[in-house]
Design a protein around this ligand. Structure first.
Ligand code: TYM
Length: 356
């Protein structure tokens, strides 16, 4: 319904799970984009604490993690005056709409989602395909790790987005399949109830491709569960140590050869944090086989620290200020609930749930 579109500004919505400190993947895949978008769009950013429950965090730690992400949002430059900043569980309309949307989400499509398969494989200790995952899940009724919340994770994420009628969802590459499902659920709802209530939301990358920040261990992406992260909160010594320990290879033997994956990853990190001529210098050194990986790593650590140290200082300032943090999210929840309550009311009505 076009009345939901703010004619002046496009709506931006995104969130990060409350599962620990933010790393460079979260920063370049999401948070730095949140900050860059805040002046030009109607932005709503939240801490996804309900999504964090799918992996059963320690109850004593969950609230600390929510506070930490919040402090890191603010420290990275998100301004509560310009954005609606809230905690997912403070908006109960999300939970109700999640129940309603689950009526239109197919178990088959949820089971085929890459993130579900990855988590299920890890929990079940298997490496193979969907059929085996299904057999294992159905055959092992005591396994509570692969819970229904994990399966319906994409429905909850779709609701986060649809409840705000978002246009743009700045996320890293790993979340694109979830965005695709969000569009699918929105369109399915429209066609089932013969309405044009929801519109498509898309990723946002300032015209570039979706970002995948690699880890320092030679392969794959940077991720908390991979244990290969550089955190925004890392102190100088820890950070330098991590970068100096990054996996490399024996060095190029033939001029103009293709870098191996570990080296490509270091160049990818450098592309994000270093000046173009610094990157150019090391790329040519690689091409003519004169590169010294020690120098490359030293420079990389230096350039990462330029980004992370100022943020770290602000995190340390903000994280203890409970009063400020709670003021930000209370106001944020009030504002987020205005839209959420309206969407939920309209969705209930479209689905035929009416008040007497
Ligand atoms: P989460 O908490 O796993 O990650 C938060 C954000 O960080 C990005 N990211 C990366 N980007 C590039 N390279 C990496 N190595 C990397 N690692 C993480 C993720 O793409 C993401 O943008 N389901 C979401 C949270 C969520 C959400 C939403 C996001 C819940 N509801 C609604 C947007 C809209 C998640 O688990 O992200």
């Amino acid at each position: 319904m076009s009345e939901h579109k703010n004619e002046d500004k496009k709506v931006v919505l995104s969130g990060i799970r409350a599962t620990g400190n933010l790393h460079l993947g979260n920063y370049y895949g999401a948070l730095s984009k949140f900050v860059r978008m805040q002046d030009d769009y109607d932005c709503r950013y939240f801490v996804a604490d309900l999504h964090a429950l799918t992996t059963h965090p320690d109850p004593g730690m969950l609230h600390e993690n929510v506070k930490e992400i919040l402090a890191e949002y603010l420290a990275a430059g998100l301004d509560p005056e310009k954005n609606i900043i809230y905690v997912q569980s403070d908006v109960p309309e999300i939970a109700e709409m999640y129940l309603l949307m689950n009526m239109h989400a197919g178990i088959g499509e949820l089971m085929r989602t890459a993130s579900f398969k990855d988590k299920a494989r890890k929990a079940l200790g298997i490496t193979s395909d969907s059929d085996e995952i299904e057999r294992e899940i159905c055959g092992n009724q005591t396994n509570r790790q692969v819970n229904a919340g994990l399966l319906t994770y994409p429905t909850l994420m779709a609701v986060d987005i649809l409840i705000h009628h978002a246009d743009f969802v700045p996320v890293g590459k790993d979340q694109e399949q979830h965005l695709e499902l969000t569009r699918r659920f929105g369109r399915r709802f429209n066609s089932f109830y013969k309405t044009d209530y929801f519109h498509d939301a898309v990723n946002f990358n300032f015209g570039g491709d979706a970002v995948k920040v690699p880890g320092l261990d030679g392969s794959g992406k940077m991720g908390k569960s991979e244990g290969n992260c550089i955190y925004l909160i890392d102190d100088e010594k820890t950070l330098r140590k991590k970068v100096m320990r990054a996996v490399t290879d024996e060095g190029p033997k033939v001029p103009d050869s293709e870098p191996t994956e570990p080296i490509r990853n270091l160049f990818t990190l450098m592309e994000l944090v270093s000046a173009p001529d610094t990157l150019g210098h090391f790329r040519s050194a690689y091409a003519d086989c004169s590169i010294r990986y020690g120098d490359l790593k030293k420079q990389l650590a230096e350039d990462i620290l330029k980004v992370t140290l100022p943020i770290r200082e602000r995190i340390l300032d903000i994280r203890g200020d409970d009063e400020y943090l709670s003021r930000v999210v209370q106001r944020g929840a009030e504002r987020a609930r205005e839209t959420a309550a309206r969407t939920l009311r309209e969705v209930r009505e479209i689905m035929g749930i009416r008040k007497f």
